[in-house]
Each structure stands twice: as structure tokens, then as C-alpha cells.
Design a binder for this molecule. Structure first.
Ligand SMILES: [Zn+2]
Length: 394
């Protein structure tokens, strides 16, 4: 066997050590992210305004302080509606239904009236729905518009039949004049043959005041050039592993990776609260920090990045920012993502270039079965985000 002269051996050993160190410094720790995922889920659903959410916020703050960040909380309040257990009785059958956020809490009674087609304005506008509970398919136009149109034709309640499983939470995104509930197709399709059957719709909804809290980590005192964020709240009844402990943990690990890099002097890491109730945390941040927001070169938002739905990491938003993503060198399959529905939206509306990282709606979306996110996917996502920050801020 051959032997290296001592000096060459030493050089080689040193070089290997340096490479190892570099590899280590650049590696996202899947073990640590797995334990972060467990810590976030340990408290149960992280519903805004509950002790579980407070505990999650404390965990994030403690982890960020460990690596030298200054952590601030941004408290805010808003009101939301909560379902206390709504029901729909059709003839002799009682169905458990989910009331749609934005419905009045009301018990109404009347014969079922089927709205034909896709329930578009033209379908509803010609009907006489006086005193009825309207049965409509979801889609085409917003549910709130359907509720307003149906109410305008005299309906006292509305049932939206959806493609999603029963129990999935929906919001009208505004105040509906009549109570509305959703049903899955398997539970709701039968109603389309029951025109005239008497029904009782009991939407048991209360309005409550919620105390929300964003968690913000920064180094130094300069205004940021970039914000990397994701929401850390989840919906009632769901552990929210993919939605959105996945994004939360990726942002946290990225913050750790960058803690001693110049990049973190220009980047704030923000964990938004109240996303599931209507993007409250990100909207309040933008409203209260308009000048800071105007100076941003980028807002990168991570939501549902732990389950491989489409075989690629979806990236939507600014083409210029997206061009900075080093997907090829990192050997990450990158695809596209739809535009809306998460915390980058208020920033985009304020004129900030944004990117939205999203791997698609998985089958466990908003359900008690949303219990797993793959740390390897989180690692890939974090590396792509880091490649963008490196090119943007160097
Ligand atoms: Zn989400």
C-alpha cells in the first residue's frame, strides 16, 4: 500500500476537515427539524388565541434566542366566528355539518330548494327561493356571492356541497346574510334529489375576540431587505404538521443556518399568527410597518412544504426572484405554485416582490390526519430559499 509523505497527508487531512466543516455548515439538520416538528405538534392544534399557540410561540422564541437573534412579539386582536356543533336535519335524518365562517348563528327551517348547474348568478337569479334552504354546488363563483344571491331570492339558509371531505372548514370571507353550511359530496349529493323535503339548519356559531401574536427574529438594528416567513397557527382539530409546522420549522432551521452569516443582518424571520382565520398576522404586520415594508427587496413565504403532492417544490410569485433559485445545482425539482391564499399576499398588495413556496394541498389538509411532514423535503426547501437569499443579498 502506498503512503503519503507527512506534509501531503496533513494537507489532505486538513482539506478534508475543511470540506466536512463546509458541508456541515451548509447542511440542514433533519434530526433537529424532526424534533422541532414534534415540539410544535405536542401541544395539539395551534389555534390562534389558544394556549397551544402561545406555547408554540415561546418555543420558537427560545430556539431563536439560543442562536443569537433578538426576538420581538407583535400582538394584535381580531374577531372570528367559532362553530359549536352545527347540524342539518333533512326529513328524519340528522347530519353533522360545518358552518361556514362568516355565517350568522341562526336556526332556520324550510323546504330544500335545489339550485341547478354550477349555482352561478344566472342559475340563481331566475329562481324563486322564498322561505327555502338552498342546496348549491361549490365552485365557479365565491360562496358568499351565492349566499347573497340566494338570500336576494328569499332563501333563509344555504348548503354548499363541496369536493372536500365533511368537516373541512370554509370561510365566506365576509358576512353572509343567511346561515351557510358545507357538506361533502358523499353526504350532500343525495340532497339534490330532495327538493321540497323539510329541513332544519342549525348554525351554532359564536363570535369571539382573538388575541394573536407574530414572532419576529432579527439581528442588528437595520431595516431588513428580506423577510422569510410562514404561519405557525393551524385550524381547530388538526395538528397542522404540513399546514404549517412544515414551513415554520423550515424557516426556523434556515434562521439557525444563517445565524452567523451576513445574510441574517439583512433578513427578518417572521412567524405569522392568525393566518387560518384570514391572514391576520401578515396583514397587521404590513399595516403597522409600511415604511419598512416599502424597503423590502423580497418576501419569501413558506406554507405546506412537507408533503410531496406534485413531485416538485412549487414556487410562485415574482419571476425575477424565482430566477435566483438554484434548483439545478441543489438537485431539487422546482415547479410552479398558485398565486393566493397565504401570508405573502398582503406584502404583494403593498408592492413587495414575493415568492410563495408550496407543495400543493395534500389529502390531509385541515384534517386531524395532518400529522406528518418529511424533514428531507423541508431541507430541500430551506436550501432553495437560502440560495435565493445568497444571490439577492450578497
Ligand atoms: Zn397554511
Amino acid at each position: 500500500m502506498s503512503q503519503f509523505p507527512a506534509s501531503r497527508f496533513l494537507t489532505k487531512a486538513l482539506l478534508s476537515a475543511v470540506f466536512l466543516l463546509l458541508a456541515w455548515a451548509g447542511a440542514f439538520s433533519t434530526e433537529r427539524m424532526q424534533s422541532d416538528l414534534q415540539a410544535l405538534q405536542a401541544q395539539g392544534p395551534r389555534v390562534a388565541g389558544t394556549p397551544a399557540l402561545t406555547a408554540a410561540g415561546e418555543y420558537l422564541a427560545a430556539e431563536l434566542r439560543k442562536v443569537g437573534y433578538t426576538v420581538d412579539f407583535q400582538p394584535f386582536t381580531y374577531s372570528r366566528t367559532r362553530d359549536l356543533g352545527s347540524s342539518l336535519q333533512v326529513g328524519d335524518t340528522t347530519l353533522q355539518v360545518s358552518s361556514i365562517a362568516g355565517s350568522p348563528g341562526q336556526r332556520v327551517e324550510g323546504p330544500l330548494a335545489v339550485v341547478p348547474g354550477a349555482g352561478l348568478a344566472a342559475d340563481i337569479a331566475t329562481l324563486n327561493l322564498q322561505g327555502t334552504i338552498a342546496v348549491v354546488r361549490r365552485g365557479g363563483i365565491p360562496g358568499l356571492e351565492k349566499a347573497r344571491l340566494a338570500a336576494g331570492r328569499g332563501a333563509v339558509g344555504i348548503i354548499l356541497v363541496t369536493e372536500e371531505p365533511s368537516g373541512t372548514r370554509f370561510t365566506f370571507g365576509g358576512s353572509s346574510p343567511i346561515p351557510g353550511v358545507t357538506l361533502s359530496r358523499s353526504d350532500g349529493d343525495a340532497l339534490f334529489n330532495q327538493t321540497g323535503t323539510r329541513a332544519v339548519l342549525d348554525a351554532r356559531i359564536v363570535t369571539e375576540e382573538v388575541q394573536g401574536r407574530n414572532v419576529m427574529a432579527r439581528r442588528g438594528s437595520a431595516s431588513p431587505l428580506a423577510i422569510v416567513g410562514g404561519h405557525y397557527d393551524s385550524v381547530p382539530g388538526s395538528p397542522g404538521a404540513n399546514d404549517n409546522a412544515s414551513g415554520t420549522v423550515t424557516v426556523l432551521e434556515l434562521a439557525r443556518q444563517l445565524a452567523s452569516s451576513p445574510i441574517s443582518e439583512h433578513t427578518w424571520f417572521i412567524f405569522f399568527d392568525g393566518e387560518e382565520d384570514g391572514l391576520w398576522g401578515s396583514r397587521r404586520f404590513v399595516e403597522q410597518n409600511l415604511e419598512l415594508v416599502r424597503g423590502l427587496k423580497a418576501m419569501l413565504n413558506l406554507d405546506m412544504v412537507g408533503v410531496d403532492v406534485n413531485g416538485s417544490l412549487g414556487i410562485g410569485g415574482s419571476g425575477e426572484l424565482r430566477a435566483l433559485a438554484d434548483c439545478n445545482a441543489l438537485q431539487v425539482a422546482c415547479g410552479s405554485a398558485p398565486g393566493g391564499g397565504s401570508d405573502h399576499v398582503p406584502f404583494a398588495q403593498a408592492g413587495v416582490p414575493v415568492l410563495f413556496f408550496f407543495r400543493g394541498l395534500d389529502p390531509n389538509y385541515h384534517l386531524p390526519t395532518d400529522t406528518a411532514a418529511d424533514p428531507r423535503l423541508l431541507s430541500q426547501t430551506g436550501q432553495v430559499v437560502r440560495s435565493i437569499l445568497e444571490r439577492l443579498l450578497r
